[in-house]
Design a protein around this ligand. Structure first.
Ligand code: BF8
Ligand code: SF4
Length: 628
């Protein structure tokens, strides 16, 4: 049952803001979660199906009621189909976000994406070369246009395989070939997944799950990877820079604009508008000391990585941040935006603006942005935000001081810090100073105490000389906890501490938003290539301690399919089929050399992840320990 004491932030700013929201009569995600109790046990186990209208159907987990749906689908089929549709939805979300960036790239090439430009020509040329595009003597915009076209083809199926799978180590690609997992087209795999899960198509739970993996790989090595690469080309490759996090980044004496969502296409233009002299002058005229742009969720991570822009919070903070009464405008694009926030904002003076043609919300004003008008629209909405400064109702409630952090660790900068090659990192791993690395990714979920899973797990791993890289909502949790400063090396074990001090880096490296999980794939590929092994041989693991979203299921699946054993905090809806559970937690080891593990308790998860890493070390012939 819901217990409010364990569902609130243990880290910093959540508790006082939650109290303020409740005092203001606001219903939050925690109350709505409580109101849903008890949640449906059939759905929780993945045993309900509403794929067709002979149903909806349910399979009785106790063996007393029906054991098949109306069509005859049993528990294994129903559970596998439901999970596969989650993967398809997650892959579609990230990959469609990637497509929007490719459209901006094409627009820059033809001159229709006003205000956007190629910020990193070197990266444009590097990626174009991977696509077989000759760059010598060609105009930058010509290369951009050709690359955009080639990437668009990745979404279809003109090739046998999407281009960027070539970045994976040869041994990994051989595994994918052997089991027919090589993704052929980004949209194709999602489309085929939806086809196979229609009533009366694929009714073999094993082949369904294999297609689920191919679908997830089409996101990890396709749509998400394109999203990250094109964002770097258009907005710059991230490099480490100082920033601040938590609700304290809002400023009582400035115009506060919060950007929320995922795609940097809108937020980058808003960030430029916030620097406009005209608008800054207007802000001064209104009595504000400046225009303070901050982020939440992944669009915030994109800005933090490239511009050092402050982060007000992660997923479960998006309602609470509004209850400060300090937010003059929130601008959203898409994904992970609770449809409740327009209503929350209506209790304050906050203006809520939705911007994407594919994402509208109750009680928000919809101002559509597209590459041709984004520059103009950004200036217009920022002006409206500035004008709204004088409409605040009372003194803002900002209960915490901002926490300093460092973000911006792209693969380029990590390898740069190591002198251009992964060798120093490999030497540190071989010497046992760093036992291995864990990528901690994903969301918040009101089923788990806010940020508790992220912070506890991260602390235990770095204490035990395991380097942590993180993305998405985790990265805000660990930044708030102070892990993202070079001084945080003091919290690490002696070996990791020594390496962090030598390189001047924190023990927890912020690698970006959720599409940026692909940076982790590229990094582990570089390590595997340098060692001449497969990714599944490396002493690395993944974890999503507080995940909630379909995108997180897809990420976990492409991690595992890429050879990275991955821990999940909340249990996915699969316990209705022990066959599916066994395949995902054991059987996949023989297929892709990695498995899923589920453990809600981060202390126990830390032990599991440490042991996984020690076992990999042993298999590589390195010194190893028995953790448990
Ligand atoms: O893509 S971590 S709650 S904001 S899904 Fe969403 Fe999860 Fe946050 Fe970013 Ni990712
Ligand atoms: Fe029921 Fe089968 Fe239709 Fe699902 S596909 S709703 S199990 S009849």
């Amino acid at each position: 049952m819901f217990d409010p004491k364990i569902s609130l932030s243990v880290t910093t700013d959540g508790d006082p803001l939650y109290a303020k929201a409740r005092k203001d009569g606001i219903e939050t995600v925690w109350e709505r979660h409580e109101a849903q109790q008890p949640q449906c046990g059939f759905c929780d186990m993945g045993l309900s199906c509403r794929i067709c209208v002979m149903g909806p159907c349910r399979v009785d987990p106790f063996g007393e009621g029906p054991q098949t749906g109306v069509c005859g689908a049993d528990a294994d089929i129903i559970v596998a189909r439901n999970l596969c549709r989650m993967i398809a939805a997650g892959a579609a979300s990230h990959s469609d976000h990637g497509r929007d960036l490719v459209e901006v790239l094409a627009g820059v090439a033809e001159g229709s994406a006003i205000g956007y430009k190629i910020r990193d020509e070197a990266k444009l040329k590097r990626v174009a070369a991977e696509y077989g595009i000759t760059t010598d003597g060609k105009e930058v915009l010509t290369i951009a246009g050709e690359l955009a076209d080639a990437m668009m083809e990745d979404y279809g199926m003109r090739r046998k395989a999407i281009q960027l799978v070539d970045r994976a180590p040869q041994k990994r690609r051989a595994v994918w070939e052997k089991f027919n997992l090589t993704p052929r087209g980004i949209d194709r795999e999602t489309s085929e997944m939806m086809h196979r899960t229609h009533m009366g198509v694929d009714n073999n739970w094993v082949t369904l799950l294999l297609q689920g993996m191919r679908n997830a790989l089409s996101d990890g090595w396709g749509g998400s990877m394109i999203a990250t690469e094109v964002s770097d080309i258009l907005f710059g490759v991230p490099a480490p820079r100082p920033t601040t996090v938590n609700a304290g980044v809002l400023k009582a004496d400035q115009v506060n604009i919060v950007v929320h969502g995922h795609n940097p296409v809108v937020s980058e233009m808003v960030s430029l508008a916030c620097q406009s002299k005209k608008l800054l002058d207007l802000a001064a005229k209104k009595g504000a000391k400046g225009i303070n742009l901050v982020g939440v969720c992944c669009t915030g991570n994109e800005l933090l990585m490239r511009r050092g822009i402050a982060m007000a919070g992660n997923h479960l903070m998006t309602e609470l941040i509004l209850s400060t009464g300090a937010v003059d405008m929130m601008i959203v694009d898409y994904q992970c935006i609770m449809p409740s926030i327009g209503k929350v904002a209506s209790c304050y003076h906050t203006k809520m603006i939705s911007t994407s043609d594919k994402a509208q919300f109750p009680q928000m004003e919809h101002i559509e942005f597209h590459p041709g008008n984004a520059e103009k629209k950004a200036a217009e909405v920022v002006r409206t935000a500035v004008e709204n400064f004088t409409n605040r109702k009372g003194t803002p409630f900002i209960p915490v001081e901002p926490q300093a952090a460092v973000g911006g660790f792209s693969v380029e900068t990590i390898l740069g810090a190591l002198g251009g090659t992964p060798e120093p990192l490999i030497d540190a791993i071989k010497a046992g100073k760093i036992r291995g690395a864990v990528g901690i990714v994903g969301c918040n979920n009101p089923k788990i105490k806010h940020d508790y899973g992220h912070v506890t797990l991260t602390r235990r791993l770095i204490e035990n000389d395991i380097l942590v890289v993180d993305t998405g909502c985790v990265s805000v949790a660990t930044a708030k906890a102070g892990f993202k400063l070079p001084e945080a090396a003091a919290m690490a074990g002696p070996g990791l501490q020594e390496i962090c001090k030598a390189l001047g880096i924190p023990p927890v490296l912020h690698m970006g938003s959720c599409v940026d999980n692909v940076r982790i794939l590229v990094l582990v590929s570089a390590l595997a290539d340098a060692l001449g092994v497969d990714i599944s041989d490396l002493p690395v693991a993944g974890s999503a301690p507080e995940w909630y979203s379909e995108k997180a299921v897809t990420i976990g699946t492409y991690f595992v399919a890429s050879g990275v054993t991955t821990h999940l905090g909340p249990m996915p809806p699969i316990t209705g089929s022990m066959n599916v559970v066994k395949l995902l937690t054991e059987g996949l080891g023989d297929v892709v050399g990695a498995t899923f593990a589920v453990e809600p308790d981060p202390e126990k998860a830390a032990i599991f992840l440490r042991q996984t890493i020690e076992d990999k070390r042993k298999a590589l012939g390195l010194d190893s320990r028995n953790v448990a």
